[in-house]
Design a protein around this ligand. Sequence first.
Ligand code: B12
Ligand code: SF4
Ligand code: SF4
Length: 321
Amino acid sequence: MSGSATDQQASLSVALKQRAIAEGFNPVGIARLPGSPRLQLRTEALERWLNQGHQADMNWMAAPRRRDASLLLEGAKSLLAVGLNYHVKAKSEPNALRVARYGWGRDYHRVIDQRLRRIGRWLSTQRPECRWRACVDSAPLLDKAWAEEAGLGWIGKHSNLIHPQRGSWMLIGHLLMTEPLQPDSPSRTLCGRCTACIDACPTEAIREPFVVDARRCIAFHTIENRNQKLPEAIEKALGPWVAGCDICQDVCPWNHRNLPDSDDPEMQPRPWLLNLSRDDVKTWTDSDWNQHLKGSALRRIKPWMWRRNAAATQPDPTTTL
Ligand code: B12
Ligand code: SF4
Ligand code: SF4
């Protein structure tokens, strides 16, 4: 490649990342397909995870396209990885039912998708021949492995991506594109000898470092499990968690630093999510729920599931009732 083409690639890469930061994303980074050999290892880890049945009934996890990002966009050469910080100042009320932080603000799928598309449209003005595709969860992509490849952070032993200054409270999206861009360096693993997340998980869902068995995970059961009754072992361990579970991230030392709070208006919590009681859950009608969950990622939890989950919760042992 000629020197000037390399320079053009470099300046487009910088400009694209600046656009992403202007959209409220931080950290941001770029990776080249097909990725380093480490990405191959992560893909093999997915294979093992599926073979062990850790996906529970999320059969969509087995989609072959998840193993090869180039199948999501023909001719894809690079991707822009973006992180959206959802750490906010507000806290749950001490005796309230607990709702995982990722669901406090507006549905992150919509927020990230809209912003990525704006970046994509800008890219089209710079490179009209370039094709792109915004991916946030909805597309079968190994989000964390690609974000790690693009330097957004490392995959911790609880399997979430951690940024050294921002912790793990970030949601991830990607813009796949046919344009070859200049890649950033992949992140290094910084968990060291720590095992706090593995020790704190009440259901022993982190079977070994980096491997979460969804069949044992409270987040899976409260959000995805469509059975009328939760397994007994989950009911016993649920504590106050009615929607998702943040325990393994709450105990992580990388989340105990002075983390920047997001002032993004779309990430600010809906007040009712911080102060939800069993009585609210019992008495709200389906249409009350529809009203409360408008534009929320927690819509995935149907009203009957909120009732099922709440009925199984126990008071938080760390608070006095
Ligand atoms: C399926 C899924 C779930 C399932 C299964 C969880 C899981 N760990 O797989 C359930 C419903 C349980 C779930 C729960 C949650 N999820 Co979820 N989930 C996904 C989804 C759709 C796919 C994840 C996946 O590929 N799993 C398959 C297995 C094989 O992957 P894995 O566990 O990540 O394993 C990787 C590592 O272990 C690594 N690895 C393996 N061996 C080794 C060895 C070493 C040395 C290293 C370093 C790494 C490593 O390679 C594997 C493959 O990449 C992604 C979105 C996406 N498209 O990627 C969101 C996603 C992972 N979820 C997310 C969130 C926020 C959550 C919750 C925090 C929500 C909550 N509070 O309730 C919890 C966290 C629970 C937990 N400890 O993982 C975010 C995570 C953001 C981040 N900072 O990492 C994602 C990326 C969505 C997004 N777009 O932002 N989730
Ligand atoms: S989300 Fe909760 S149940 Fe799932 S692995 Fe983390 S601590 Fe365990
Ligand atoms: S709690 Fe410790 S082992 Fe777990 S992800 Fe954080 S640093 Fe890594």
